[in-house]
Design a protein around this ligand. Structure first.
Ligand SMILES: Nc1ncnc2c1ncn2[C@@H]1O[C@H](COP(=O)(O)OP(=O)(O)O)[C@@H](O)[C@H]1O
Ligand SMILES: [Mg+2]
Length: 410
């Protein structure tokens, strides 16, 4: 018998929230499945793209695929603190590893072989965090030597369960960084360690996701990263995929909301195919439609209200954090025809001469773009041009009061 449940608003805007229907992403998933067929790991994955494009939820969707294919999976969100020091990244790896190793029991003789366990004790050891940490601490050499040895030991123990390999999945990996001034190189160490153990045939694979700054950062730390990673750039959804994302969640016969083709087209246009915006707009549309229907009115899409809400909920916080001069710069960028694609320093300088009383010099623009890049607002692509790291930011800036910008910019 059909369950006459009350149908709730299915849309889920929010970082990392699993969508009611994951639209598109078949090519990207196939690419991931291809990497799973590697016996010797030659390619790791970087999954990159703008904020809200669906990196986190796609990474989540990869996990069951990998497990079905007999891979083990560990990983987390890389908060900034994980990358501050070499010690932090080691602890991070040990902690994550212990999740899949802690039920492994090692005999005393084996424990001694790998340089652990005292002569007098006659107990069994499980490969829990504590044991891992002991092995790590008892290995002589640099942090990278300690980690390499630890990973080899772990694989020796894990391989008895005959998995195909182990995936280290790290989200928000653009937070990884070396700190030359403090003589701390956690990012370089991570790359060195994985390159080395992969060369030895150990099937440990990195899957890193992050903003478009991620891959350039990896290559800057170690040039071999260029060959070590297969970069998959997540784009916005196509029109057909966008329609799937909008319609599939409300296909259920119990769903009170039906959308006309025109309404769907309108949502596709407003969202420009960006998954976060699709979820956001659809959630608003759904509620608005339910209200109108309940009072017997013909529902329509409240475009203005939605745009205003999106501005306050999504963009305003980022805008508020920018300085007056940064806003003036962003305002100039938003006036460039190609601002939603990419823009060059000289284009900004030229236009600023036309529209600002106090124009920008190119060194000033370079300097400001680099701080905006650290703030996650823009990023530099490999050809030295810049793009917004936040989708549809240009349109938002164009909606802002021009008076205030002139006032600050002039
Ligand atoms: N393929 C997709 N189809 C439908 N909705 C999606 C898709 N990918 C992401 N979303 C939705 O978009 C929003 C942002 O996804 P998220 O993975 O957090 O993006 P990112 O990690 O790139 O910032 C979430 O609300 C999520 O449910
Ligand atoms: Mg994310």
């Amino acid at each position: 018998m059909e369950n006459q449940h009350e149908f709730k608003n299915p849309f889920r805007p929010g970082a990392g929230h699993t969508p009611p229907y994951l639209a598109g992403r078949t090519k990207e998933t196939q690419e991931f499945l291809r990497l799973l067929t590697q016996e010797t790991i030659l390619e790791n994955m970087v999954l990159t793209g703008l904020r809200g494009v669906g990196k986190t939820v796609l990474l989540d969707a990869f996990k069951p695929e990998a497990i079905k294919d007999k891979w083990l999976w560990i990983g987390t969100d890389l908060s900034e603190s994980a990358s501050i020091s070499e010690n932090n990244i080691s602890i991070r790896l040990l902690t994550d590893l212990s999740v899949v190793t802690s039920n492994i029991v090692i005999e005393k003789s084996e424990a001694q072989k790998i340089g652990f366990a005292s002569e007098t004790e006659s107990i069994e050891y499980t490969l829990n965090f504590h044991t891992l940490k002991n092995i790590y601490d008892n290995t002589p050499g640099l942090v990278s030597d300690q980690l390499k040895n630890l990973l080899e030991v772990v694989w020796e123990c894990l391989s008895m369960q005959k998995p195909k390999g182990l995936i280290f999945a790290y989200d928000e990996a653009q937070n990884l960084a070396d700190h030359t001034a403090k003589d701390q190189y956690p990012l370089s160490i991570l790359l060195d360690v994985f390159q080395s153990i992969q060369k030895k045939g150990i099937p440990f694979m990195l899957v890193l996701t992050g903003l478009p700054t991620l891959f350039p950062k990896l290559v800057e730390a170690r040039t071999f990263a260029e060959r070590m990673f297969r970069v998959v750039f997540l784009n916005r959804l196509s029109t057909v995929e966008s329609k799937d994302a909008i319609l599939k969640p409300i296909e259920d016969t119990n769903c009170p909301v039906k959308l006309t083709d025109d309404s769907v087209d309108e949502i596709v246009k407003l969202s420009d195919g960006y998954p976060y915006f699709i979820q956001f707009i659809c959630r608003e549309v759904y509620d608005a439609f339910v209200q109108k229907i309940s009072v017997g009115k013909e529902p329509s899409i409240p475009v203005e209200e939605i745009v205003r809400k999106l501005d306050t909920d999504f963009f305003a916080g980022r805008w508020a954090r920018a300085t007056d001069r940064q806003r003036a710069l962003l305002y100039v960028i938003a006036r460039l025809k190609n601002c939603e694609l990419e823009f060059a320093v000289h284009e900004i300088v030229d236009l600023s001469k036309e529209i600002l009383e106090k124009p920008f010099s190119s060194s000033h623009v370079n300097q400001m773009l680099s701080s905006l890049s650290n703030a996650g607002i823009v990023y530099k692509n490999r050809y030295g041009k810049y793009s917004f790291a936040v989708p549809l930011l240009g349109q938002f800036i164009q909606r802002q009061e021009i008076e205030t910008i002139k006032w600050h910019g002039a």
